[in-house]
Design a protein around this ligand. Structure first.
Ligand SMILES: CC(=O)SCCNC(=O)CCNC(=O)[C@H](O)C(C)(C)COP(=O)(O)OP(=O)(O)OC[C@H]1O[C@@H](n2cnc3c(N)ncnc32)[C@H](O)[C@@H]1OP(=O)(O)O
Ligand SMILES: O=C([O-])CC(=O)C(=O)O
Length: 369
């Protein structure tokens, strides 16, 4: 028996995040508590080490993220070679692959080397995403500052100025909310890849490619496209009813696992409300809420993590095609935690396929076809 899309199939055991009765936890801690009280670096440490960091451990991690976040000159030169219209997810996938070539530990598969590589990727991926924007604006590439937090550094490297407190807090919360999510498609891809004992860079590259699709992380960019296409609250009703009639998938709604709502969406909704109001972009929030109301009423479809993240990121002044790369910056914490967990107890992941093709055919020579 096969199950389309492996729905409901339990493919591995994991101690990293759980989704039980619609409640999401990281290492046993409810995401609601982490979103309200933690900082992204604490969540990163928690995902990697199964413990919240002490003050000293957190300080050390912050220091290492800033120092490892400096990109090699070769990587900056490489970033400048891509055509300007290249999608940032394609650049990110390519550059993370290239990072392996500048890591002397790339093929050391010891546990300590794998932790070092996880840190290297997590630190640099944020700098790469910011640098993608700086390169296309012909601006100087900036490095993280030691005194800044991870979220603060990302916004600083992106915009070249010390970000406002509300922007730092909002991005930090968004990073926490996107950090891990059990066996989602990109994490599964990462685990399958490293299950062959391919290295951690290769696992993250697989994951980035998998995240980019609009049924997964790419949905946040598609949501923004839709909001821009709708343009006005007056157009929502017509647009959504037509999409329903044409049986189109509406981006940012529905979920394979959550049927009674995505617990992350409420935080993004309230950030979207606050930030759009602050930036005079209330219209975007109002359009989003109207879409949400119609889909809930007409189809019982609820927003997932990607829906309100679109208006949240937009009101932070972030370009639409950087939304999914930012998701990747956050999810690198979960991917690398899962990769380390996979290495710790590895067995090749190799399921079977039920054969439904032609049977008992013979080879026909070329001249007889
Ligand atoms: C971070 C993340 O990855 S979160 C997900 C991001 N992706 C999106 O937002 C894309 C839009 N959503 C979807 O395509 C889906 O809901 C997915 C991919 C998230 C989940 O897919 P599945 O679990 O395979 O659900 P499936 O696509 O079978 O949907 C079940 C039913 O709900 C409908 N449905 C589900 N999502 C949507 C949607 N967004 N818009 C319209 N109808 C939908 C389907 O058409 C289907 O209806 P049917 O039974 O009448 O054919
Ligand atoms: O779990 C999933 O299928 C998709 C998702 O919400 C995520 O990756 O955050």
């Amino acid at each position: 028996m096969t199950t389309a899309g492996l729905e409901g199939v339990v493919a591995t055991q994991s101690g990293i995040s759980s989704i039980i009765d619609g409640v999401l936890t990281y290492r046993g801690i409810n995401i609601d508590e982490l979103a309200r009280h933690a900082r992204f670096e604490e969540v990163l440490y928690l995902l990697w080490h199964d413990e919240l960091p002490t003050f000293e451990q957190l300080t050390q991690l912050k220091k290492e993220l800033a120092s490892q976040g400096i990109l090699p000159d070769e990587i900056i030169s490489l970033l400048k070679t891509f055509p300007k219209h290249t999608h940032p997810m394609a650049i990110l996938r390519t550059v993370v692959s290239a990072l392996e070539m500048y890591d002397p530990d790339a093929h050391d598969m010891s546990e300590s080397a794998n932790f070092r590589k996880a840190l290297n990727i997590q630190a640099k991926i944020s700098s790469v995403v910011a640098a993608i924007q700086r390169v296309r604006e012909d601006k100087e590439i900036l490095s993280p500052k030691r005194e800044f937090t991870f979220a603060q550094n990302f916004l600083y490297m992106l915009n070249g100025e010390n970000p406002e407190a509300i922007a730092i807090k909002s991005l930090d919360t968004a990073l926490i909310l996107h950090a891990d999510h059990e066996l989602n498609a990109s994490t599964f891809a990462a685990r399958v890849t490293v299950g062959t004992l391919a290295n951690i860079y290769t696992g993250v590259v697989s994951a980035i490619g998998t995240l980019s699709g609009p049924l997964h992380g790419g949905a946040n960019e598609s949501v923004m496209e839709m909001l821009e296409e709708i343009g006005d609250i007056e157009h929502v009703e017509f647009y959504i009813r037509q999409a329903i009639a044409e049986k189109k998938k509406i981006m940012g709604f529905g979920h394979r696992v959550y049927k009674t709502g995505d617990p992350r969406a409420k935080f993004l909704k309230s950030m979207s409300k606050e930030l759009t109001a602050l930036k005079g972009q209330d219209k975007l929030y109002e359009i989003s809420v109207k879409i949400d109301e119609i889909l809930t009423k007409e189809k019982g479809l609820l927003p997932n993590v990607d829906f309100y993240s679109a208006s949240t990121y937009h009101s932070l002044g972030i370009a639409r095609d950087l939304f999914t790369p930012i998701f990747a910056v956050s999810r690198t914490s979960g991917w690398t935690a899962h990769i380390l967990e996979q290495y710790a107890n590895n067995r090749l992941i190799r399921p079977r396929a039920e054969y439904v093709g032609s049977q008992s055919r013979s080879y026909v020579p070329l001249e007889e076809r």
